[in-house]
Write a protein that binds this ligand. Structure first.
Ligand SMILES: [Zn+2]
Length: 471
């Protein structure tokens, strides 16, 4: 793929928004892979009045019931999916919070939106989903539950209201996100709105109230306690964990999913009783998954395996079919163009994603062939355990996936159809495809924007991150 243009093609973001210089171009792998009609006004009578975008931090798709998980972790999400549309093969652009949310909220990959470290912020010319919706008359609000999404990184851009609820590491009680959301809705729901909600309940420490733990946690006497601090010691080689420990961590993780799911249920109930649910587009996804020794690691951000980048993506509301599942490979970069299309709003040119609406609006339509990408993993590099960024990248073909380490040039290649767990490297059986995908990946990564420096971390926050081993 050739080098990407600046998101605004040299115009300021304000000029683009003011003059409506939107294009129909959805950037794909090659110039020939354009989705015709993307970004133009759609002739459809059914449009949502409001948009509610929910991101559940760290929720991996295969631990959600409607994605085939055997444990009853997610009755609310399962019901939501049965009333709407479920994407079976949705991929995050990054296995950690900041770059992944950057893609969700801008329609750009991390190498193009520039959010990749604790020290960078969103470039001023990047247009966000909230920017566009605000310009089109929506009230815009975000309620976020992680310090990685606070305004110092620029993802608050375009939001009229932006609230940060400090994350509770030991999450023994449900999050306050829906309480804040209810409070905001009680004052502002008379106008069309875009509400972005971010939940931290599933993220480590894996803890939930006793009623949820009772349902999932089996007797265990090992050392694993589900705390981030302990799991970071594993990262550094200071603690060993075995399969039994991983099973216990999964029990704790699953309990926290059900606690979160109950929170979403309260929110949806309120939307329903206040008459807002049926004219709102509700989208639920996650920024990344979590690993439990499947490939030798824990937590997230160290690699691009499916347990880390395969995420739930569920949509419900006006313009969305009911009880439908799509198997197409889609990415978080597709969310922004799809929302804008559902609203009949043109979109900024040069977005990386596609408008997915034709998949259900046009019989027999297939998303044009393309590759999708994941990047921006962090790695603790010995001997000082420095944090290094953008080392492990991945490129995804509908069936195959190539992992590539940009430092060592090491690569791994998997056939996801035959080997969804990514256990057997089949690079030697597909040498020309591997070479071609590697070339595409390197070309794509040749553009690697670093956003302007973020304001310094407040000393107490820097201390906290240091104590957790993140800095
Ligand atoms: Zn996250």
């Amino acid at each position: 793929m050739s080098k990407k243009q600046s998101p605004s093609k040299g115009l300021t973001r304000r000029e683009v928004l003011k003059h409506g210089l939107y294009g129909g171009l959805a950037a794909g792998l090659s110039g020939s892979l354009l989705l015709q009609g993307c970004g133009k006004k759609k002739q459809t009578d059914v449009r949502p009045t409001n948009i509610i975008l929910i991101s559940i931090d760290t929720l991996r798709a295969d631990h959600v019931g409607c994605y085939g998980y055997q444990r009853p972790t997610s009755p609310t999400l399962d019901k939501l999916a049965s009333q709407g549309l479920l994407f079976e093969d949705a991929t995050a652009t990054s296995p950690w919070t900041l770059p992944s949310h950057g893609s969700l909220l801008t329609g750009l990959y991390p190498n193009r939106h520039g959010l990749k470290t604790y020290y960078s912020s969103l470039p001023t010319d990047v247009i966000t989903l909230a920017d566009v919706l605000k310009e089109h008359g929506f009230l815009t609000a975000a309620i976020v539950n992680s310090q990685y999404l606070i305004n110092r990184y620029g993802l608050d851009r375009g939001f009229d209201d932006f609230a940060y609820i400090k994350e509770i590491i030991n999450q023994w009680w449900p999050s306050e996100v829906e309480d804040k959301a209810v409070e905001w809705l009680s004052k502002h729901s008379s106008k069309p709105f875009f509400l972005f909600l971010h939940y931290y309940d599933v993220h480590s420490d894996y803890s939930s109230s006793l009623r949820y733990e009772k349902q999932f946690v089996r007797p265990y006497s090992g050392p694993a306690d589900g705390s981030t601090v302990q799991l970071l010691r594993f990262w550094r080689g200071q603690l060993s964990l075995n399969q039994m420990d991983a099973e216990h961590l999964i029990d704790l993780f699953d309990a926290s999913i059900l606690q979160m799911d109950d929170g979403i249920a309260r929110l949806l109930k309120l939307l329903e009783t206040s008459g807002l649910l049926d004219n709102s587009l509700v989208i639920v996804t996650s920024d990344h998954g979590e690993e439990f020794l499947e490939h030798g690691g824990v937590l997230h951000s160290q690699s691009q395996y499916q347990e880390l980048i395969r995420v739930p993506l569920i949509m419900r509301g006006p313009g969305i079919p009911q009880s439908k599942r799509l198997r197409n490979v889609v990415s978080h970069v597709d969310v922004m163009p799809t929302i804008l299309s559902l609203l009949g709003i043109g979109q900024p040119s040069s977005l990386d994603g596609f408008d997915l609406c034709p998949l259900w609006q046009k019989s027999g339509f297939q998303v044009p062939q393309r590759y999708i990408f994941a990047m921006s993993s962090r790695r603790l590099m010995p001997p000082k355990y420095e944090m290094v960024y953008n080392i492990e990248c991945a490129i995804r073909h509908p069936r195959y996936k190539l992992h590539h380490n940009r430092l060592t040039e090491k690569r791994r290649f998997y056939d996801l159809q035959r080997d969804p767990q990514e256990k057997i490297d089949v690079a030697s059986e597909h040498t020309s495809l591997v070479d071609s995908m590697l070339s595409q990946l390197k070309s794509f990564m040749s553009v690697d924007i670093v956003g302007p420096a973020a304001p310094p971390l407040p000393p107490e926050e820097a201390e906290r991150l240091k104590s957790l081993g993140y800095l």
